[in-house]
Design a binder for this molecule. Structure first.
Ligand SMILES: [Zn+2]
Length: 381
């Protein structure tokens, strides 16, 4: 398990600030150079062999930083090509591993972080704020510090890792359908009683709707009135929206995992097949809703929280989860009656369409029972 937390330092002197800046820029130029060597190279080791001596003679930086810059270049090589087609890098993060950093205390027992920058070690007094307390709390819970990461603005992050404990396999199954404007959840027991069905994330998509409306207004205004402040406001709004959605998704993931624990359930999600796969299923007017909860990020958050809480999370076959009848298995779009209503044409099973998908996901995870021919959902309606 990995995690990053912010670490705030007290405003450094101008010299130290400059050294941090220089470290960043020489790291970035090494990354750029290393990327120019990437063609025809098959592994990080090969890239390292090609660049190491060159960089050592050219840049007067700690050897470990040379190694880090090469590794970083290797890790982003594909991403760059995919997005821009060019290999140019606008920004990067500098990673100081354990050999390049140390922690100590002043006489008054204030914490000090020492980093090995390009030319020498510099001591940076750490601010004893909320971020620091949070870091301390993590360290006391068994998290280990692996490295310090410096961003372009010289702000610092602490990378932590913790050994993953064994997962606990539970009796019931919680299926999550994260492909709709709200998140539908169904919990089933192996005897196939539905223990609980509920929705999450309605507030996120509602709020997203508001954000989008405001954004559309600002975009119109920016295009109409030259030199307006709309562009700046738009950027601020985007940041606000991103923060809101991210925070909301983490809360959501925690809620779902807590629910799974409360119902003694493992979690099942769909295997990632195609992002926004169900887009075609929505009528045009509601299509925008589908993307309001970032699917990939929610999956990531769910996996992360589940692992932390030792909850088993499995991925099931995503095919026809919204078309199949959970009761008799009859599959087809004819089961859809309108926008949100599901009624099986074979057996007459009725439900909300969102619920059907999450129920099918839970049932697929609880497989063996689902495959039995005598299996029936007759007792619930
Ligand atoms: Zn049916």
């Amino acid at each position: 398990m990995r995690k990053c937390l912010p670490l705030n330092i007290l405003e450094p002197t101008r010299t130290k600030r400059r050294m941090l800046r220089e470290t960043y820029s020489s790291f970035l130029s090494m990354v750029r150079e290393a990327l120019s060597f990437v063609d025809g190279v098959n592994s990080r080791g090969q890239l390292h062999n090609k660049t190491y001596e060159v960089f050592r003679s050219k840049h007067s930086v700690a050897s470990q930083l040379v190694v880090e810059a090469t590794s970083y270049a290797w890790s982003i090589r594909k991403r760059r090509r995919k997005t821009t087609g060019s290999k140019d890098v606008g920004r990067c993060v500098v990673r100081f591993d354990r050999r390049l950093l140390s922690f100590s205390e002043t006489k008054r027992s204030n914490p000090v972080l020492t980093l090995r920058t390009n030319s020498k070690r510099i001591a940076l007094p750490v601010s004893r704020d909320g971020a620091y307390q949070r870091l301390q709390a993590h360290l006391s819970q068994g998290w280990k510090l692996t490295s310090i990461i410096m961003k372009r603005d010289q702000s610092l992050l602490v990378a932590l890792s913790k050994e993953t404990l064994g997962l606990l396999v539970r009796r019931n199954w919680l299926g999550v359908d994260i492909n709709s404007p709200r998140i539908a959840v169904s919990i089933v027991s192996p005897g196939i009683d539905i223990l609980r069905q509920m929705y999450f994330g309605k507030d996120i998509s509602t709020r997203q709707f508001g954000f989008e409306k405001r954004r559309a207004f600002l975009q119109r205004y920016r295009d109409m009135v030259s030199r307006s402040k709309a562009g700046l406001k738009l950027r601020r709004l985007s940041r606000k929206q991103m923060n809101y959605v991210r925070a909301g998704i983490w809360l959501l993931a925690n809620e779902v995992v807590r629910l799974a624990e409360a119902f003694n359930a493992n979690i099942a999600v769909e295997k990632l097949r195609h992002l926004r796969k169900r887009r075609g299923e929505w009528i045009a007017a509601s299509r925008r809703k589908v993307n309001r909860i970032p699917y990939g990020f929610l999956r990531y958050a769910l996996k992360h929280v589940a692992e932390r809480q030792r909850v088993l999370l499995v991925e099931v076959d995503p095919r026809y989860t919204s078309q199949a009848c959970p009761s008799c298995g009859h599959t087809g779009k004819s089961n859809w009656r309108g926008y949100s209503y599901f009624m099986c044409t074979a057996c007459g099973f009725e439900a909300n369409r969102d619920r059907v998908a999450s129920l099918n996901i839970a049932l697929r995870a609880a497989q063996p029972a689902y495959m039995r021919s005598d299996f029936s959902l007759g007792q619930i309606s």
